[in-house]
Ligand binder design. Structure first.
Ligand code: ATP
Ligand code: MG
Length: 341
């Protein structure tokens, strides 16, 4: 049989709660997850004091299959746990405890996501189908039919962009734990993205000021995925242009920080003027499909997936994303990345 010491080591890594009970159902051991559910006070006390479910006493003696209990937390928030009772020996029983409320919350996020995807794809599709029907059933003059075709093309492109972004997100989720290893030069990525934006910048008469602390590009090297880092700059600079009025300046500040106990970091801050984002929206900007003003974002071509992608890429690169905004003044998106030197 596995010794309690081994159980302790293994159970520390578990994502679920694990409790060991003696013959009288006193808690002999609880792993960190179980302690986070019920608190340190459960140790050496009877489990019935904390999981007040009348069936528990019988189940500890006879049952072996999963059973759902509703355990009323302090403060009366209802927390649902799935508790599996595992008899170990005649003198010891284990309880495996999974937080069902978290799964419910997860399930709700999933449902909301599917509803959002369906909605976002349905609007362009409805418009395309409408125009096809019109073109099939009515005599439409050439200039008008060309106009319809242009709208259909824009809507089809929009659907294609949404699907590309969703694929990027799912690829990032799958690879979340595989760290990218290529050596890349941040300034190279920045300049590539800026050159692809030249026409749009000219159209809006926006000037970009790139401020680097050092001419020594060696400092700006990181371990990363070239395409993903390019995608980050693409999203952030695209937003800065989209949400900036004409005739303004976008500032890009690149700086390097020496850290004592961890890797040195590079910070890239991209700032633009404009209406900005009020405080209550800031924490939600990186949620999928979240846009402060859906109509405005839609007219400038946004689907609300850009920052969700940036957040995932930062996670994969051990980086961070910070957002600061003073409405009607300045909005700054900063990323921190560990660098090679
Ligand atoms: P997408 O990037 O998918 O084409 P999007 O730009 O609308 O669409 P995100 O990049 O995720 O989506 O940004 C989410 C929202 O954050 C935007 O809709 C906008 O409301 C707000 N936002 C992002 N960047 C800025 C900015 N620089 N200034 C003001 N608001 C911004
Ligand atoms: Mg965007």
């Amino acid at each position: 049989m596995t010794s309690p010491v081994d159980i302790e080591i293994i159970s520390k890594e578990l994502d679920e709660g694990l409790i060991l009970l003696d013959l009288d159902a006193n808690v002999m051991y609880a792993n960190p997850k179980a302690l986070s559910y019920f608190g340190e006070r459960i140790l050496s006390n009877p489990i019935y004091n904390f999981i007040r479910a009348p069936q528990l006493i019988d189940l500890i003696n006879i049952e072996k299959k999963p059973k759902i209990f509703e355990y009323i937390h302090q403060g009366n928030t209802i927390q649902t746990y799935v508790i599996t009772i595992i008899p170990l020996t005649e003198k010891a029983t284990a309880l495996k405890i999974a937080d069902y409320s978290q799964r419910e919350a997860f399930e709700n996020v999933r449902k909301e996501f599917i509803a959002n995807v369906s909605h976002e794809l349905r609007s362009p599709l409805t418009s395309i189908i409408g125009f096809i029907e019109t073109l099939q059933t009515q005599e439409v003059p050439k200039d008008k039919s060309n106009h319809f075709l242009k709208i259909m093309q824009d809507e089809a492109n929009r659907m294609s962009r949404i699907l590309d972004d969703l694929l990027s997100l799912s690829k990032l989720e799958i690879n979340a734990y595989i760290k990218p290893v290529d050596e890349i030069d941040i300034l190279e990525n920045l300049n590539i993205v800026l050159s692809t934006m030249e026409i749009r910048l000219k159209e809006k008469r926006i000037e970009v000021k790139l401020n680097t602390e050092s001419k020594n590009t060696f400092k700006y090297k990181i371990r990363g995925d070239f395409d993903e880092i390019t995608q980050v700059f693409n999203n952030l600079i695209d937003n800065a242009i989209k949400y900036s009025p004409e005739n303004k300046t976008i500032s890009i500040d690149v700086s390097y920080k020496k850290n004592d106990n961890k890797l040195n970091t590079i910070t890239i801050s991209i700032s633009n003027e404009g209406t900005g984002v009020s405080e209550e929206h800031l924490p939600r900007l990186t949620e999928r499909f979240y846009r402060v003003d859906k109509d405005r974002s839609r007219t400038v071509g946004g689907t609300g997936l850009g920052l969700a992608i940036v957040k995932h890429i930062m996670y994969r690169h051990d980086g961070e994303l910070f957002i600061e905004s003073t409405p009607n003044k300045k909005t700054t998106f900063s990323i921190n990345l560990p660098c090679i030197s």
